[in-house]
Design a protein around this ligand. Structure first.
Ligand SMILES: Cc1ncc(COP(=O)(O)O)c(C=O)c1O
Length: 412
């Protein structure tokens, strides 16, 4: 299933539970992996459900580099970071800060840990304003912040005017606007410069989760190898924006195929977060193998990242052009390798999923209430490790699905 936004209500998840229990494309056990092929229940499929955008999970250079780190550091020096951290953490933080062009960065195990610790710490007894379709983990973090005294309000997805109105009405400071960078469902980015300007105008902070953009989108020069820009240094640089009153969070678990996340922030804020974020003070660390793949991935990114992104762009373009040709609607207007497809009849989801599975295609199902009912369908993700033949097969199978079941068409 896809990670949901803030709209799933308790008691409404029966369909999700049923799909996970009964459907071959829910809660699957992957028995083997060969390139971007996976074996599930004895059946080989091409994986279009992973977010390993740069394909670094399969990169020979990254894989070969790990044993040296293990030999030097052991598998898992299990101090909480507040007690001690292998120097690898410092190296990651310095490299992230340099790549993003931000003063400093604090590395934490996951983005979920990051939101749960950092959002309540930033909000205190002030006000959190969340985009309704911000990632579910931010909505959960907001519940923690509320329990600690913050006021929480939600604004309509990407609705600057609504956010501005709520911000003007929010008397309790600090005030923090929270949104996704590249949205995990649509693949589209918000108007970050406009939200940053709003935050600055109103003496608020803009808190952005760019889990998907980091490693894919980056600074643009006008003559880049792909419209994703260069260096994969995330949404703030993609827009040529500054970090003034902007806190960027992102993770390595997508483009960099590693368990690790970070908050990019001024050193002064980092010192404060080290004391108050529970996962820094109390939680176990990231395994050395993951710190190693993050560092090796950053090295690959320096030398080959733009080539991988250009390949990723080509693969995604082939899919989007084909959908265009079929006249199928997708919310993706950005060209990002995350493409949501809605079915003409939401009741067909089960059968469509089985058809895809039988034809060797693995995707992420998106049932209601994970998405609004009219958007019931599935999400396709591409990575630089998907071959051109795999994408051709995907296009043929999508055409079959369109013939047999029908995708939603664009509104006239
Ligand atoms: C936008 C977004 N934020 C946060 C997360 C959670 O990240 P993590 O696995 O690092 O906790 C995800 C994971 O899918 C995501 O898509």
């Amino acid at each position: 299933m896809t990670p949901s936004s803030g709209q799933a209500l308790p008691g409404q998840v029966a369909e999700v539970a049923r799909l996970m229990a009964e459907h071959p494309m829910g809660d699957a056990v992957v028995e083997r992996v060969e390139g971007r092929r996976i074996r599930v229940a004895g059946h080989w499929l091409t994986d279009f459900a992973s977010c390993n955008y740069l394909g670094l999970d399969l990169d020979a250079e990254v894989i070969a580099g790990v044993p040296e780190y293990l030999a030097r550091w052991g598998t898992h020096p299990s101090w909480a970071r507040g007690i001690a951290s292998p120097a690898l953490y410092q190296q990651v933080e310095a490299e992230v800060a340099e790549l993003l062009g931000v003063e400093d960065a604090l590395a934490l195990p996951t983005l979920t840990h990051t939101h749960f610790g950092v959002l309540p710490a930033l909000a205190g007894e002030g006000t959190l304003l969340l985009d309704l379709r911000a990632h579910r983990t931010m909505h959960e973090a907001a519940a923690l912040a509320r329990a600690a005294g913050a006021t929480v309000r939600r604004f309509r997805h990407n609705d600057l005017e609504h956010a501005g109105r709520l911000l003007r009405g929010a008397s309790r400071s600090p005030r923090i606007l929270c949104l996704d960078g590249v949205n995990s469902m649509t693949g589209n980015a918000p108007d970050l410069p406009a939200f940053a300007a709003l935050a600055r105008e109103r003496d608020a902070l803009l808190y952005v989760d760019d889990a998907h953009g980091f490693g894919v989108l980056g600074e643009r020069s006008g003559y880049d190898p792909s419209p994703f820009g260069r260096r994969g240094n995330a949404i703030v640089r993609f827009y040529g924006e500054s970090y003034d009153r902007v806190v960027l969070t992102a993770g390595f678990s997508k483009a960099y195929s590693s368990l690790l996340a970070f908050v990019a922030c001024p050193s002064e804020l980092k010192r404060h977060l080290k004391v108050v974020v529970p996962s820094y003070v109390y939680s176990g660390p990231v395994p050395v193998a993951s710190l190693a793949t993050a560092l090796l991935g950053l090295e690959v990114n320096r030398r080959r990242g733009d080539d991988l992104r250009a390949l990723l762009w080509q693969r995604t373009r082939a899919l989007l052009d084909h959908l265009d040709k079929l006249g199928v609607a997708t919310s993706n207007t950005s060209g990002f390798p995350l493409v949501e497809l809605a079915l003409a009849d939401p009741g067909d989801l089960d059968a469509v999923g089985r058809h895809l599975f039988d034809r060797g295609i693995y995707v992420t199902l998106a049932p209601y209430p994970v998405v609004p009912r009219a958007e019931t369908g599935f999400r396709v993700q591409l990575t630089a490790a998907n071959t051109a033949d795999q994408v051709d097969h995907l296009l043929a199978v999508l055409e079959e699905v369109d013939d047999r079941f029908g995708f939603r068409r664009p509104h006239p």
